[in-house]
Write a new protein. Structure first.
Length: 187
């Protein structure tokens, strides 16, 4: 379904407001590394983050780190499927069952459940996500549903609480090209 990835450089802009993300995705023997820089704004307040995500060969998140220019830092790792530890190694039981993450300031993380999971056209799947808002960087569990609307190209995304929905377009590598109202790929 998806083309294999060796190395991809991608950029996205927010549809509204100012900002830019520059991301490098590289294949490694044990999986993939993602390194990115994002500048933007949330409710008119500027932010700047660097983040990294380490993935296994199936696109399951093994670890991720966020570093904000205002000094906030977060580090989480997943030593086994659906289990999370904080930067000090403390188990985070409230995230048990979350395989994927969703960082609010990037559309890249929408690729994780889509790439990791086999879909057929018309099929819907629900996911418990470790969701990280840009304003606080204090994560919580968020229910999300993806429905494959055009095999290998588009998915209908919706929050399971009904608060948000969008039809997201993806490229042949499973990276977002258009997230209506939020992000658009520019390179």
């Amino acid at each position: 379904m998806w083309k294999p990835v060796d190395e991809i450089v991608a950029r996205w802009r927010p549809v509204e407001g100012e900002g830019l993300e520059h991301l490098v995705l590289r294949a490694r023997p044990e999986g993939y590394s993602v390194r990115s820089r994002v500048i933007g704004e949330n409710d008119g307040r500027p932010f700047a983050f660097s983040y990294k995500i380490d993935l296994d060969k199936t696109w399951r998140v093994l670890a991720f780190a966020i570093d904000s220019v205002d000094g906030r830092k977060r580090y989480y790792r997943s030593p086994s499927e659906g289990r999370w530890l904080d930067g000090g190694g403390k188990p985070l039981a409230k995230f048990d069952g979350c395989l994927d993450i969703d960082l609010s300031f990037t559309c890249f993380t929408n690729s994780l459940p889509v790439r990791r999971t086999a879909f057929i056209e018309g099929q819907a799947r629900e996911f418990a996500m470790l969701w990280m808002p840009s304003d606080t960087l204090d994560p919580f569990v968020d229910g999300q549903r993806y429905t494959c609307t055009r095999f290998g190209k588009s998915f209908h995304y919706e929050a399971t609480d009904g608060s948000f929905a969008a039809d997201i377009e993806f490229d042949e590598y499973g990276l977002v090209t258009d997230y209506p109202g939020l992000f658009r790929r520019v390179a």
